[in-house]
Design a protein around this ligand. Structure first.
Ligand SMILES: CC(C)(COP(=O)(O)OP(=O)(O)OC[C@H]1O[C@@H](n2cnc3c(N)ncnc32)[C@H](O)[C@@H]1OP(=O)(O)O)[C@@H](O)C(=O)NCCC(=O)NCCS
Length: 121
C-alpha cells in the first residue's frame, strides 16, 4: 500500500545563483556519490541536476512526513541514476521502498516521491 506521497518544485535561477556563489550549497545538498555524478556533467546540466536532486529530496522528506530536519537531512537522502538513467532512492544507506520521478524545464525542476509499505495479512 502507498504510505506517503511528496511533491516539490524548485526554480533553477535560485539554484544557479547559490551554486555560482560557492560550493557550500552543493556540498550541503549532494552526497559524495551525487557530487561525483555532478562533476561528470557540464554547463547547465549541472544546475538541472542539482535543482532536481534538491526538489526530489524535499519531496522525499514530505512523503516521509518529517520535512528536512534532524530526522531527515539532505545528506541522509541519496538519489543515484541506474544503468538507464532512472533515479533510485536511498535513505540512510538503504534502498527505499518507493519511487521518485524528476523533471526539469528551462525555468524549474520538479519531483514526486511515492513510498510504499508491504501489507502483512
Ligand atoms: C517540508 C519542507 C521540505 C517544505 O518545503 P518548502 O520549500 O518550505 O515549501 P513547499 O512550498 O515546497 O511546501 C510547502 C508544503 O509542504 C507541506 N509540508 C510541510 N511540512 C511537511 C511535512 N512535515 N511533511 C509533509 N509535508 C509537509 C505543507 O503542505 C506545505 O504547504 P502548506 O503549509 O500550505 O500546507 C521543509 O521542511 C523544508 O524545505 N525544509 C528545509 C529547507 C532547507 O533547508 N532549505 C535549504 C536551502 S539552502
Amino acid at each position: 500500500m502507498i504510505s506517503g506521497i511528496g511533491l516539490d518544485i524548485t526554480e533553477l535561477d535560485r539554484i544557479e545563483e547559490m551554486d555560482n556563489k560557492s560550493d557550500k550549497f552543493r556540498n550541503r545538498i549532494l552526497t559524495n556519490g551525487e557530487q561525483h555524478y555532478y562533476q561528470t556533467l557540464s554547463g547547465y546540466r549541472r544546475i538541472e541536476f542539482l535543482a532536481g536532486r534538491f526538489a526530489a529530496k524535499e519531496a522525499y522528506s514530505k512523503a516521509l512526513g518529517t520535512g528536512i530536519g534532524p530526522e531527515c537531512s539532505f545528506q541522509d537522502i541519496e538519489i543515484l541514476p541506474d544503468a538507464k538513467g532512472a533515479p533510485i532512492l536511498y535513505f540512510k544507506g538503504s534502498l527505499v521502498d518507493g519511487f521518485v520521478s524528476i523533471t526539469h524545464t528551462k525555468t524549474v525542476a520538479a519531483a514526486q516521491v511515492i513510498l510504499q509499505k508491504v501489507e502483512h495479512f
